[in-house]
Write a protein that binds this ligand. Structure first.
Ligand code: CP
Ligand code: NVA
Length: 308
């Protein structure tokens, strides 16, 4: 069974094949209407279940559109509307879904739900974000960087703010694609030691730097994300904002990065909080390319999982 559960759980060679195929499929569609089917229809006859236990714009639409472009069918399901949200076990849900669909994508809270789904499903399972990681996002981000700047290997990425689920997948990608990563944020919001250790063990440089201006020096890519994730309690908002205010990505901070540094944000963004509109809409920003590349990267991830 070929699941896509995390960037570090897929072989680097396979990750590279996924990105190459994503780029080829993107190039082949250039200038075509969004609803036009791809020339190749590798998902013809395949049914894909897209399960959401948290809100989504990009993940939901890009998986749905991508499946259809490749000739497949989708069912978009909310966890709350399924028996899953009313006490049916994840294991039973996985076994039942496997009788109906060829592929499962799930966005959930606790990582254990994803892992149990993968353990009991007889079909591939894709991680569409958990509280802990967001691997599809980072595949799109690496693709986006390389489209603009060539190989990411050996480059310096700086993560500003909360060491959250997206940051975790960036650390996994650092290990697999061999780039360096500096985290800058308050100590209370450091990324998990396990993920920092994993990247360091893979031989890349991972630095923790409390001073944001020092951190971004020499950066090829500066990344921000929301200060309050979907799994964070709203009651922590004020405290988190107070801790994170000094890590806002603004023009002054970007001026310390390399002249050709890119800016990324997985979106949704809270403008003028984690990043200013001047940066988000400025020349360094590739945020909408990132959003578009979710589509292409995930199409290649689905093909990888299904072996088609
Ligand atoms: N970046 C991302 O995953 O966006 P959505 O929450 O809209 O899916
Ligand atoms: N860190 C954010 C990412 C959203 C795509 C969250 O988990 O809410």
């Amino acid at each position: 069974m070929t699941h896509f559960l995390d960037v570090h759980k897929t072989d680097p060679a396979a990750l590279r094949v996924i990105l190459d195929q994503a780029q080829a499929m993107k190039d082949a569609r250039a200038g075509k209407p969004k609803g036009m089917l791809d020339a190749e229809q590798p998902l013809a006859g395949h049914m894909v279940a897209l399960i959401f236990e948290k809100p989504s714009t990009r993940t939901r639409i890009s998986f749905d559109v991508g499946t259809r472009q490749m000739g497949g069918e989708t069912m978009v399901l909310s966890g709350a509307d399924m028996q899953l949200g009313h006490g049916e076990t994840i294991a039973d849900t996985a076994r039942v879904l496997s009788r109906y669909v060829d592929l499962i994508m799930i966005r959930t809270f606790d990582e254990s739900v994803l892992l149990e789904m993968a353990e009991y499903a007889d079909v591939p399972v894709i991680n569409g974000l958990t509280d802990r990681t967001h691997p599809c996002q980072i595949m799109a981000d690496v693709m986006t960087f390389e489209e603009h700047r060539g190989p990411i290997k050996g480059k310096k990425v700086v993560w500003c703010g909360d060491g959250n689920n997206v940051c975790a997948s960036f650390l996994h990608a650092a290990a697999q694609f061999q780039f360096d990563l500096t985290f800058t944020g308050p100590a209370q919001l450091d990324p998990e030691d396990e993920f920092v250790g994993l990247a360091r063990k893979a031989g890349v440089r991972i630095d923790i730097e409390r001073d944001a201006e020092k951190a971004v020096q020499g950066a090829d890519l500066v990344v921000a994300d929301t200060w309050v994730s979907m799994h964070d309690s709203q009651s922590t908002k004020e405290r988190r904002h107070n801790m994170l205010r000094g890590y806002q990505v603004n023009d002054a901070l970007m001026s310390h990065a390399k002249d050709d540094a890119l800016f990324m944000h997985c979106l949704p963004a809270h403008r003028e909080e984690e990043a200013t509109s001047s940066v988000m809409d400025g020349p360094a920003s590739v945020i909408f390319d990132e959003a578009e590349n979710r589509l292409h990267a995930q199409k290649a991830i689905m093909r990888h999982c299904l072996g088609v």
